[in-house]
Design a protein around this ligand. Sequence first.
Ligand SMILES: *[C@@H]1O[C@H](CO)[C@@H](O)[C@H](O)[C@H]1NC(C)=O
Ligand SMILES: *[C@@H]1O[C@H](CO)[C@@H](O)[C@H](O)[C@H]1NC(C)=O
Length: 323
Amino acid sequence: MGILSFDVLTTRMAYLKMRFVYISLVVLGALCLYFSMYGLIPFKGQPFVFKKERGSFLQLPDINCRQDPPFLVLLVTSSHEQVFVRTVIRNTWGKERDVLGRPIKTFFLLGATASKDLSKVVAQESQRHRDIIQKDFVDAYFNLTLKTMMGIEWIHRFCPQATFVMKTDSDMFVNVYYLTELLLKKNRTTRFFTGFLKLNEFPIRDKANKWFVSKYEYPWDKYPPFCSGTGYVFSGDVASQVYDVSDSVPFIKLEDVFVGLCLAKLKIRLEELHSEQTFFPNGLPFSTCRFKKIVACHFVKPRNMLSYWQALENSPGEECPAV
Ligand SMILES: *[C@@H]1O[C@H](CO)[C@@H](O)[C@H](O)[C@H]1NC(C)=O
Ligand SMILES: *[C@@H]1O[C@H](CO)[C@@H](O)[C@H](O)[C@H]1NC(C)=O
C-alpha cells in the first residue's frame, strides 16, 4: 500500500509539473504575441493630439483686415530674446509697404515664457509695434507646430481676407519684391501652396539626430509631400482649410510635415512658384543680382540683412547677366 501510494504520488506530481510547464508556455506565447503586435500598432495609448481651440491669445496685432485686406501677410516665427533681429526685419524686408500697389504686412509669432522680465519686454514691444501674435503655449523649439498653427488660426479668425500668406523664420531673407511679382504672374488665388518642395522625405530614426522622430510619434516610413519650413507661401483660403482639418491628422512636432499632412488630407497639391529655384533653405552666397531673383534664403545673420536689403533697394534698374 505504501509503495502504491508513492507511485500515485509521483505520477500525480509529474502530471502537475507537465501542466505547469504547459501553462507557462501558453502564457509566454501569448505575451510574445501581445508585445510583437503592440509594437506594430501605430498609436498605442493616447499620444499628443492637436486641439485647435487650445490656448488663448496673449497679444494680437493691430490690423483690420476686413477694412484693409493685405495682399501678403508674412508670419515670422520668433522667440522672446530675438529683439534685435525683429528690429532689423521691421526695417528691412518686413517693413510695412506696398509692392506693385499691393499692401504687405509682417507679424511675429511667439509663445509664452516663464520669465517675467522677458514677458514684460515682449508685451511692451507688442504695445509699441502692434505686430506680435502670441498665445499661451510654452515657447520651445519643439513647439514650432503650435506656433505655426497659431499663425494659421490667426489668419483664419482675424485675417481671412489676406490674398497670400507666407510662413517663414527670423534667420531668413525674404525678397518681397520678387515674391509679389511672381505671385501676381502666377495668377492663382485659391488652393495654392508653394515653397521649397520636399516630395521624398523619410523620418530619421537615428536617436542622435536633431530631427529624430520615433515610430511612436510617426509610424509610417515616408513623409507626405511638404514644403521646407524655412519659408512657404499659400493662398489665404488654405489657412482656414488647414485649420479645419488640423485636429484630425496625426500630430507631429515637425511643423512643415504637419502642414503637409493637412494638405494631403485636403488634397491640395504643392506647386513650384517658378521654373527656376527661388527658395533656398540651405542658404546662398549673396550677390545683388542673385538676390534679385530669389524669394527666400536661409541662414542670413541680422548684421547682413540690412546690407543685403540696401543693396537690393539701391539697384532697382541695374542690369544683371541672364542666369
Ligand atoms: C509645448 O507647449 C505645451 C503647452 O504649453 C506644453 O505643455 C509642452 O510642454 C510644450 N512642449 C515643449 C517641448 O516644451
Ligand atoms: C487670371 O486668371 C483668370 C481666371 O482664373 C483670368 O480670367 C485672368 O485673365 C488671368 N489674368 C492674367 C493676368 O493672366
